[in-house]
Write a protein that binds this ligand. Structure first.
Ligand code: FAD
Length: 323
């Protein structure tokens, strides 16, 4: 296939030689394919461009905010086109629309941060996609390696642009990672053009009003655990709902703490309903007192309180809708 002429803005001298391809021009990245019609199998008569976007949208991703600083100004942009490239050397890549302001701010040697958003940070995604009023609450940034990072993000990577590549109407900015950290929690997801949440982390019982909850919890039994003791283990049958009465517990999945529970908080909300096994260990971090309510007891309590059952269906429907 003949190579089309590359856009001049990507004629960046690249140092380091980490890709092993030598200077710009020797790399297969520099061969630009000519535009061709693609075969789209969608609904008859549907707009091919839309069908292409919908096809891409079937790939579920997380959501990030890319941040950088230029001329003393902090700039952020929402992006889901982020990917890990290599572990050694540590490389990542982002794809940025040529029309975006972010595109003008990134160049070889500049730094960007990838801030992975947590499930309750939809407002930050909207904010940095220009979907929220400019006068919304100010966003808090920290600084790492002279680069602004979003305070409270689930995970953060700071990278130095070591190479950029033509990507049609986008550009790919490959970054060598200089800093990485991760926290606890569940990620915000993006699929089919809308935000999604991991259902395992969604509240069901805990979303009910106190009035509806009290009769459900009344028949629970109190249990105590010493610090370090397992309350439940991953893979066990999830046949009880728990409410923390006193102390703190860690939620651990695949040897990694992903969340925690404190007094008044619930766990096991989904497993007690769907009857499947526990998706995580729960370990007492301090001495812990919990209320445990077996599934059978909950079922009887819900049969006696149809208003609570109906309210729970409303909560579940809300999780499925998420618009
Ligand atoms: P602007 O549009 O000027 O800024 C973006 C918004 O961020 C503005 O509202 C601005 O006020 C606000 N903002 C910027 N800096 C600050 C600050 N310091 N403090 C407070 N607010 C600030 N585009 C891509 O190119 N690649 C992608 O991978 C991509 N993925 C996306 C994924 C999702 C889920 C969404 C919703 C959008 C995505 N976009 C992506 C689109 C992109 O986020 C928008 O087009 C965005 O507006 C482009 O930003 P910009 O750099 O042009 O800056």
């Amino acid at each position: 296939m003949p190579a089309a002429e590359g856009p001049v803005e990507f004629d960046l001298p690249v140092g380091g030689g980490f890709i092993g391809a030598g200077a710009m021009g020797d790399s297969p990245w520099d061969a630009f394919p000519e535009e061709e019609a693609i075969q789209i199998e969608g609904e008859p008569g549907s707009d091919p461009a839309l069908a292409f976007r919908r096809t891409l949208g079937m790939f579920a991703t997380g959501v990030t905010v890319i941040t950088t600083e230029a001329e003393g100004q902090v700039h952020g942009m929402t992006a889901n086109a982020f990917m890990s490239v290599s572990l050694r050397p540590p490389l990542i890549v982002i794809s940025v629309d040529k029309r975006a302001k972010m595109h003008r701010l990134l160049s070889e040697g500049s730094h960007y941060a990838v801030n992975v958003l947590a499930s309750d940070q939809e407002h930050l995604s909207d904010r940095f996609a220009g979907r929220q009023a400019e006068d919304a609450e100010p966003v808090r940034f920290d600084t790492v390696r002279d680069t602004p990072v979003v305070h409270g993000a689930l995970a953060t990577l700071v990278a130095r642009v070591v190479r950029s590549a033509w990507g049609g109407d986008h550009s790919l900015f490959i970054g060598q990672v200089e800093y990485a950290r991760y926290g606890e929690g569940e990620p915000l997801l993006f699929h089919g053009g809308r935000y999604e949440h991991m259902l395992a982390a969604s509240p069901v019982f805990s979303a009910l009003s106190t009035e509806l909850l009290e009769p459900l919890l009344a028949s629970g039994a109190e249990r105590s655990y010493a610090a370090g003791e397992h309350v439940v283990r991953q893979g066990e049958p999830g046949d009880e709902l728990f409410v923390v009465l006193e102390g703190e517990a860690d939620i651990i999945r695949s040897d990694r703490k992903v969340s925690e529970r404190m007094a008044g908080q619930f766990f096991g909300e989904i497993a007690v309903l769907d009857g499947r096994s526990r998706s995580a260990d729960v370990v007492a971090r301090t001495d812990l007192r919990c209320l445990a309510i077996p599934r059978e007891v909950l079922r009887e309590a819900l049969a006696a309180e149809p208003a609570a059952a109906w309210a729970m269906l409303g909560v579940l429907a809300g999780h499925l809708r998420e618009d």
